[in-house]
Design a protein around this ligand. Structure first.
Ligand SMILES: [Zn+2]
Length: 143
């Protein structure tokens, strides 16, 4: 699972999983980067993980900063992927950017030439997206 670092989004609790069941990569803004992709590649290629979930969440600070257009230092590496999405569509809301970021992260993972991309394209590993609502506790599928 690739999820945001936000303390309100604890993946094991969100999905009701005991310790030891999820391989979790957390980074503010839950974007694909060389480090997050390599971590997921390890899970897929070495551990045989067959389900990868990209989990965004409502009220994400990285998305708020992107829509505001002025990421505070030192958050540029975290916000820049979302800032690109916000610049591409200045009318996009924070919720729009959160969803588009999940979709783009999924696209990047599927297109990557490493174990994750290969396994997804071979139909061995399923790639899913979701948005966790920090108020309701519900996850909405992003397909
Ligand atoms: Zn967040």
């Amino acid at each position: 699972m690739l999820s945001c670092s936000d303390a309100r989004v604890p993946p094991s609790i969100v999905f009701g999983q005991p310790a030891g069941q999820l391989f979790v990569v957390r980074v503010a803004g839950n974007s694909a980067s060389p480090v997050t992709i390599a971590s997921i590649d390890y899970a897929v290629g070495q551990l045989g993980v067959e389900l990868v979930i990209v989990l965004g969440h409502t009220d994400c600070g990285a998305a708020h900063a992107a829509v505001a257009g002025d990421p505070p230092w030192p958050l540029e590496p975290v916000v820049d992927p979302l800032l690109e999405l916000a610049k591409a569509d200045p009318t996009a809301s924070v919720d729009d950017i959160i969803e588009r970021n999940v979709r783009r992260t999924m696209d990047v993972l599927a297109a990557h030439r490493g174990p994750t991309g290969r396994s997804v394209n071979q139909g061995v590993t399923e790639l899913r997206g979701g948005i966790y609502d920090v108020r309701s506790g519900q996850v909405t599928d992003v397909t």
